[in-house]
Design a binder for this molecule. Structure first.
Ligand code: NI
Length: 168
């Protein structure tokens, strides 16, 4: 296993269209294992393939019961939100957007259809925090960052901050 490089805003790969995964082979297993390791090392609770420079419809999300138990995560491949209910506002951050956290308005409950690591069709219904994580990561597969959900003012302030970092 290896730790992968996490791409940060404004890297172009974060905005690129992703491709559906069709090969459920050893390469995919390796990529998922590496993404899991990279996510925990960061540390984060979700990671999408564009964040490690791969334009693929693949995310990994933490499913550990609590912080004391052994870390568990799942791969969600080619996900589609097939149902949603209600709204909620919760604070988000992103490994690709350092030093940014803000409230984002999202669905309260979602149902997602996806393929698991073996290529088997699955469905998952998520609420509250887990629903937020899934929506955030699925956004990444469409080239959307949580920054895009913020007000014009907050967005431009962050863009200015990043420009300053890049200069120094
Ligand atoms: Ni993110």
């Amino acid at each position: 296993m290896s730790i992968l490089k996490i791409y940060q805003y404004p890297e172009a790969v974060l905005r690129k269209k992703t491709q559906a995964i069709t090969d459920f082979d050893e390469n995919l297993n390796q990529l998922v294992a590496d993404m899991g390791e990279t996510m925990y090392e960061a540390p984060g609770i979700g990671l999408a393939a564009p964040q490690i420079g791969r334009s693929l419809k693949l995310i990994v999300v933490d499913t550990s019961k609590d912080s004391d138990t052994e870390k568990e995560f799942m791969a969600i491949i080619n996900p589609v939100i097939i149902a949603h209910e209600g709204r909620q506002v919760d604070e988000e951050g992103c490994l690709s957007l350092p030093e940014l956290s803000a409230n984002v308005d999202r669905y309260k409950k979602i149902t997602v259809s996806f393929l698991d690591i073996k290529g088997k069709a699955q469905e998952i219904t998520a609420e509250d925090r887990f629903s937020v994580v899934l929506q955030h990561e699925i956004d990444h597969l469409n080239g959307i960052l949580f920054l895009d959900h913020l007000s014009t003012l907050k967005r431009s302030l962050y863009k200015k901050k990043v420009k300053k970092w890049l200069k120094n």
